[in-house]
Ligand binder design. Structure first.
Ligand SMILES: *Cc1c(COP(=O)(O)O)cnc(C)c1O
Length: 397
């Protein structure tokens, strides 16, 4: 593994992207987090505890599964990494357990975060319950109304859900609110970022915690088939499930990597969230990345049928991997995503998260055009959270 060691550099840059643009009061706290992370990743106790949690609490390794019915229908060989079977139903717990274990070893008592659709909030509240820590989740009032089941889950898990009632009352304001709260209690709390975004060292830490997926999947795939897949695909919101899976294959030059973004309802600004396809370099939430912005350079409004993918920025590492050409980026529409959602449910008995259905929609399309190809797609989460929305708006397929 040489790429993972070389990127990012010590200041958190992947080429021109990344970095840490922080209010001065937060600089020492982020430096402390990085020092603790570097120390703990060399500590046998820390790594053993993480290994124990993954095996006995999360149920890892999650399987790699050959989707035989889907493969037959498409004419290519499609495999899934089954993160829907990770405890709490998605890949997010991989980095939340890592961040919470780090916080515990740093002597912190509290985990703070924002959440949009509530998925990160639920995963973090799960980790907080496991470690017996306090958990404070900031969430816009609009999202609280839209995502009632996740709000209930967070409360059941013991989290304090803080409603955010200013501005657009959604994800961006929730980030601002959580950061402000963190500033006032950074000695006893940690701000646990929910993807490979934010200021250094979070993009690196979250990727490394998520790389367990890719390391498992590479070994499992070889064991099943005796070789490596031709193609690996994953959806990209902030980009953590994609980088986790890609990490296992990034040094395998023959394996092509594909990030799949939401094209939503179309190519017009505001109708999609395809940052790689339509964005340009910019700055959001304390780091440099590709960004969808309006004429004044402010983050643009975005849309996706999958609320976990509607972020106008993207991880700095993805921004770099596009420039370097190592990863190909594609975009699929809401309609293509829905088709994949229904097809997978009917043909394989697996209801995928709408986010994950993007990676599968691309695999189906590519497979039809490339008969016989082998594709490993990331099934980043299960779709229980999406069934009411899908059936009320689009029927039963
Ligand atoms: C949050 C979420 C995503 C998007 O986040 P990334 O950081 O881009 O991986 C994808 N899939 C599921 C199931 C999610 O909950």
């Amino acid at each position: 593994m040489s790429y993972l060691k070389d990127f990012p550099n010590k200041d958190g840059y992947f080429g021109e992207f990344g970095g840490a643009f922080l209010p001065p009061e937060l600089e020492p706290h982020f430096a402390e987090i990085e020092r603790a992370y570097l120390r703990l990743m060399r500590s046998a106790d820390f790594l053993n505890e993480l290994r124990y949690i993954r095996k006995h609490y999360q149920g890892r390794p999650t399987p790699v599964y050959y989707a035989h019915n889907l493969s037959e229908a498409v004419g290519a060989h499609i495999y899934f990494k089954r993160e829907d079977l990770n405890h709490s139903g998605a890949h997010k717990l991989n980095h939340c357990m890592g961040e919470a274990l780090l916080a515990k070893h740093m002597g912190k008592k509290k985990l703070i975060a924002e959440t949009g659709a509530g998925q990160h909030g639920v995963a973090l509240a799960t980790a907080a319950a496991y470690f017996g820590m306090e958990c404070e989740i900031h969430m816009g009032e609009i999202d609280i109304a839209k995502e009632a089941p996740n709000v209930t889950r967070m409360k059941l898990l013991g989290a304090n859900v803080v409603p955010v009632d200013f501005g657009g009352r959604s994800l961006k304001e929730a980030v601002d609110s959580a950061f402000k709260s963190y500033l006032s209690q950074a000695d006893e709390a940690i701000f646990a970022i929910g993807s490979v975004v934010g200021p250094h060292p979070f993009p690196k830490m979250v990727r490394n915690f998520q790389s367990v997926m890719g390391l498992e999947a590479r070994e499992q795939y070889i064991e099943m088939t005796g070789e490596l897949p031709d193609h690996v695909s994953a959806c990209v919101g902030g980009g953590s499930n994609a980088l986790g899976l890609f990490s296992g294959f990034i040094d395998d030059a023959d394996v092509q990597l594909h990030g799949v973004e939401p094209l939503g309802k179309g190519t017009e600004l505001g109708q999609h969230s395809a940052t790689m396809t339509f964005g340009k370099p910019g700055m959001i939430h304390g780091f440099k990345c590709m960004l969808l912005s309006d004429e004044e350079g402010n983050p643009a409004p975005v849309h996706s049928i999958a609320s976990g993918l509607d972020y106008p920025g993207v991880g700095p590492e993805h921004s770099y991997l596009k420039t370097s050409g190592r990863v190909n980026y594609h975009a699929v529409t809401d309609d293509e995503t829905l088709e994949a959602f229904y097809t997978l449910s009917r043909k394989e008995g697996i209801i995928p998260a709408l986010e994950s259905a993007h990676a599968i929609a691309w695999a189906m399309k590519f497979g039809r055009e490339n008969p016989g190809a082998t594709i490993l797609a990331n099934l980043s989460g299960r779709g229980d959270k999406d069934i009411d929305y899908v059936t009320e708006n689009f029927g039963h397929g």
